[in-house]
Design a protein around this ligand. Sequence first.
Ligand SMILES: [Zn+2]
Length: 283
Amino acid sequence: MYQGRTAAEAGLIFGHENMGIVEEVGSGVTLLQKGDRVVMPFNVADGRCRNCEEGRTAFCTGVNPGFAGGAYGYVAMGPYKGGQAQYLRVPFADFNALKLPPGTEHEADFALLADIFPTGWHGLTLAGFSPGDSVAVFGAGPVGLMAAYSGILRGASKVFVVDRVPERLDAAKKIGCIPIDFTKADPVEQIIKANDGMVDRAVDAVGYQAVDSSGSKEKPNIVLEQLIRVTRPTGGLGIPGLYVPSDPGAPDKQSAEGHILIPFGKLFEKVRANINKRCVVFH
Ligand SMILES: [Zn+2]
């Protein structure tokens, strides 16, 4: 559809974060016009590479040369700016923008489609979730809470949410989850005790900037290690948390080079892992 056109020609401009009203369209845009209300993921995809064709748009190979995946204002994810800006230029807009019904209804609900809710939902899907499963979600930021809430909506028997910030743990409790404060005691032991055994599914919504039980010292491997320990044999892990190929600010040399030390033997012994760092696919 976009053959022979540059990303700029195929783009459009609109107001408000990753949801808004189309202000201007490029010459390559055929499915949208000025005034349309649209929402799109924070990922950028061209819609025509092999990964896009297979629905894996978060790993598009056409928008960020030498890397699988592009995104607005994201480390290593290409030159795309402005996911939170007042105006945003959307490359390959016919593919990336999802046209919404006109008007202003359900604005807050539609805005969730841009990133947070699909990422949390998909993180749980990556873990191989089925109704009735018990779930442990590490990290109660927006994505972790949405992963946890997805578990509640989809019929989890129990959802544990691990964090250290009281307000976040309160939010988890409010949506029906069991809060676990990792600064009080080993979160894996707390969960195994409360669940009377390991959980069926675990989700990492933290990523490489995880901290140890002091709550302040960065320890990039700690959540992965806890995921592996807390999940039962033949259970599943979903990892929407971000890990990067290199991290100059890492606390140790290995992590700086993107080598995260995990108990792979333990992982090999018991769990099926679906590792995915970027998870938005809603087309
Ligand atoms: Zn692509």
